[in-house]
Structure formats: structure tokens, C-alpha cells
Design a protein around this ligand. Structure first.
Ligand SMILES: *Cc1c(COP(=O)(O)O)cnc(C)c1O
Length: 295
């Protein structure tokens, strides 16, 4: 079955970040510009969605239902991907909202035909439980449910295809981690010699290690690590150092980072390079996972 591709993968390229590495450190840093392929669908979100969309199409689902916070990159990506596939979509949003005063992210979801259902934060915590999913099936009969963040096996398999853009020459591949679905998919497909480094932008993010480890193929379950050192105050927090770093980076390299994930990863990388955390002549590839709609 043909995949309704809404993104333009020909726009993806690798940009060398000359001058990012502090003086005296021997390493090279480049960025895989997944953010270039679509204005609304975040770099990694399309890969996590593509096989989910195929399943919804082949099973002739009446609609796609998924979940997210009010500024979720996954929600807006799902709205766009479902719209392009001609499948109605429903977004179940965390927290009560005034439907007449939607934020720009939710407004765009709505314009792409996504029906929004707002639920309390407390009910939202039940979203993966049978009692909740029974209610979803009752409200939206014959729907196909994608978990928050596209965090299922189809999401992992699709995310693994990002490895197609990564050649053997890189010794380290860096990406930011939310649900870790992209990380798991990539670790399972990248050659074992390439070290995968995950940056968790939330406090105590290394709790994800257990989940990651349990989902890796045994032979791939090595040569990776996760750090939560660089959350800069916690998920979504924007202290002044991050606010200063973002325009500096944009002016220096000519493209934006997103404030939740990739800006903090690049700040962390700079610090780690100064600390000498990488072997000499490390060839580092960072993944720009998009998310610029959140800015
Ligand atoms: C969603 C997102 C991530 C996290 O991806 P996971 O697969 O959930 O770990 C990273 N960066 C950006 C920009 C995102 O939107």
C-alpha cells in the first residue's frame, strides 16, 4: 500500500556546524535537518506516524484518535498527516480549554479538521487504560488509536528509518528524547558501532532507560546512553540562558532550534565538548527533530 507522503524528504540534508566546537577540542559537529521537510510536521513525528497512518488506512479506520498537551507537536503532526490521508482525526487534549480561544497550535489542528476533546489532567492520566480506551471506542466507533507521542511499535519502526540518512562515518548520534520512541527505533536500526546519545529535557528523565532497554533488540542493546543533566529547570521551562542561546545559534548557523528539545540538547553538547566528554576526533551528528511550531 502506498504511503501518503505529506513531507518532502528531498529537503532533508546534513549541515556542518563550523565553529560550534570550542577552541582546542578536536571533534566535528553536524546537524541532520529533519526540520526542513514540512512546516507543521516535526522532523521525527512524521516517521513515527507513517506506519500508523498505513494501519489506519488498511484497516479502514473511521478515524484516528490520539492524545497530547495543548502545545503538542505530535497533535499537530497527526492532524496534518491524517488530513492528507483523508482520514478524520480526533485529538484528546490534556486540560480544560476555552474552545473559543484556542492557542495557535490547537487552532491549526482544528483548521486541519481535527476534532478536539478536552479532558481534565486527572482523566488524562488514565489515557492508556482499558476503561478509558473503551470510552474512546464508544465515542468514536471503529477508530484507530495512536498513543501519545506516537509511542507504539509502528512508531518505533518508522522512526528507525531516520537511520537511512545517517552514514557510517559518524561516531556519535545525538537526539533529544520525549517518549523515547524515536530513540528506540534508531538504536534498533543504527549499526552497533555508532554511539546513540539521548538528551532528556525533563527532570529525572533517565527513568526512560528501563523502558528503552526493554524495547531494544538484544544485539543492539549496547552503545547508548541517556542524560538528563540538561533540562535547564525542567520540561518546557525557558530560563534566560536558553533564551540567549537560541538567537545566538540562529544567527551563527542560520536556522532555529526549538525551545523544548533541541536548544537544550545543543547547549548540553557544547558543555560536554568543553568538558572533554567525547573521544578525540569524534564525528558527531545531531538530529534536528523539528518542533518549531512550538516556538
Ligand atoms: C516529540 C519530539 C521529540 C521527542 O521524540 P520522542 O520520540 O517522543 O522521544 C524530540 N524533539 C522534538 C522537536 C519533538 O517534537
Amino acid at each position: 500500500m502506498a504511503i501518503t507522503s505529506v513531507v518532502d524528504e528531498r529537503r532533508i540534508f546534513i549541515q556542518s556546524l563550523e565553529g560550534f566546537v570550542p577552541d582546542g577540542v578536536k571533534a566535528s559537529v553536524s546537524m541532520l535537518r529533519l526540520d526542513e521537510m514540512h512546516p507543521l510536521i516535526s522532523g521525527n513525528k512524521w516517521y513515527k506516524l507513517k506506519y500508523n497512518i498505513v494501519i489506519a488506512q488498511t484497516t479502514k479506520a473511521a478515524s484516528i484518535v490520539t492524545f497530547g498537551g495543548a502545545y503538542s507537536n505530535h497533535l499537530i503532526a497527526t492532524a496534518a498527516a491524517a488530513f492528507n490521508a483523508g482520514i478524520p482525526s480526533v485529538g484528546i487534549v490534556r486540560g480544560e480549554q476555552d474552545e473559543n480561544k484556542l492557542n495557535p497550535v490547537l487552532q491549526q489542528c482544528k483548521e486541519m479538521g481535527m476534532a478536539l476533546q478536552f479532558i481534565s489532567r486527572q482523566n488524562y492520566t488514565l489515557r492508556d487504560q482499558d476503561i478509558f480506551l473503551d470510552d474512546v471506542e464508544y465515542r468514536y466507533p471503529d477508530s484507530y488509536v495512536i498513543p501519545e507521542g506516537g509511542a507504539n511499535l509502528a512508531g518505533q519502526l518508522g522512526a528507525g528509518e531516520i537511520a537511512d540518512f545517517i552514514s557510517d562515518q559518524y561516531t556519535h548520534v545525538l537526539l533529544s528524547v520525549g517518549s523515547a520512541t524515536t530513540f528506540i527505533g534508531l538504536r534498533n536500526t543504527l549499526p552497533a558501532h555508532q554511539h546513540l546519545y539521548g538528551f532528556a529535557p525533563m527532570k529525572n528523565g533517565t527513568y526512560l532507560s528501563k523502558e528503552i532497554s526493554s524495547r531494544l533488540f538484544p544485539l543492539q542493546n549496547k552503545n547508548w546512553e541517556l542524560t538528563d543533566r540538561f533540562h535547564f529547570g525542567g520540561f518546557g521551562k525557558l530560563p534566560s540562558e536558553v533564551q540567549e542561546f537560541m538567537p545566538w545559534f540562529d544567527a551563527r548557523f542560520g536556522f532555529q532550534l526549538d525551545r523544548v528539545y533541541t536548544a537544550k540538547m545543543m547547549m548540553g553538547l557544547q558543555e560536554m565538548l568543553s568538558e572533554g566528554a567525547f573521544p578525540e576526533n569524534a564525528s558527531i551528528l545531531c538530529i534536528h527533530s523539528g518542533g518549531l511550531t512550538g516556538n
